[in-house]
Design a protein. Structure first.
Length: 262
């Protein structure tokens, strides 16, 4: 196992613990190892589990299932955890649940530690500013399949060999996405659309599996912070599509502008 910082180990262990809490539950009649429970409220249960686990670090925990906290209070948070939990049925017909969970440590206005785990793929991505970024396959079993993600230097950011692979959510591309692609075409004249992986798309860019992932819908800070930390550790960026500036965190409304992982 590669050397990791204590806070990074906390983040990835919390993600795996959340995954086990889902995979260890099934509906009555599903049989042993039913693969999870997608009942309403499961995301809140997992969020509480994560909050208890992170509390050992003595820092505030905020995220997708938190009660609102005023900016007056949050402005005093110099270091805190952001957490995203999404529990969903594997398919429209299935009662089995999949979990995508992300944990990020915010220092000032910057994500410096991040971990993301998806139970369906059993892949975990994690990174810290000091240790770099990693992808762990078959993560629920062991850390044997851990690979360090390669860094992208500033000089190579604008150089793409062949088509630039652009991740899109869902099966259809609407007019707003088409307009965004046209705008990006000024810098990337050859773009190939690739079906994304939902909440893990930022990690796919960090791993070099795609070059671009635009988020044109409004997003909460906890949705992007874990992946953003992983991107930053590989020399890639998550930037405001309007200004080109790197996203910041703990804003008054905790809502991101249109942005792109690149």
């Amino acid at each position: 196992m590669h050397t990791m910082t204590p806070e990074l180990i906390i983040a990835l262990e919390v993600c795996l613990k959340a995954g086990k809490s889902i995979s260890g539950n099934s509906y009555p009649g599903d049989g042993a190892g039913g693969g999870g429970d997608a009942r309403p409220g499961r995301d809140q249960e997992v969020f509480r589990l994560i909050g208890r686990s992170l509390s050992v670090a003595g820092l505030p925990v905020h995220g997708s299932c938190s009660e609102p906290v005023s900016f007056r209070i949050r402005s005093g948070w110099h270091r805190f955890w952001l957490v995203s939990v999404v529990v969903a049925p594997v398919s429209a017909e299935s009662r089995r649940a999949s979990l995508t969970v992300g944990v990020a440590l915010i220092d000032g206005n910057e994500p410096v530690v991040g971990a993301m785990y998806a139970t369906e793929s059993d892949e975990l991505y994690c990174a810290s500013r000091e240790a770099g970024a990693f992808r762990i396959r078959n993560a629920s079993n062991s850390f044997a399949e851990t690979a360090r993600l390669s860094s992208r230097t500033a000089a190579s950011r604008s150089v793409t060999r062949g088509p630039a692979r652009l991740l899109v959510d869902g099966r259809f591309v609407d007019e707003r996405m088409l307009a965004c692609i046209e705008e990006l075409g000024r810098e990337y004249p050859d773009i190939r659309l690739v079906r994304g992986d939902g909440g893990m798309n930022i990690c796919l860019v960090a791993a070099g599996d795609a070059e671009l992932y635009p988020k044109i819908e409004p997003s909460a800070e906890w949705e992007t912070a874990p992946g953003h930390a992983i991107l930053k550790a590989t020399g890639r960026r998550l930037v405001d599509l309007g200004t080109g500036c790197e996203l910041t965190y703990n804003k008054p409304e905790m809502v991101n502008p249109r942005c792109i992982a690149c």
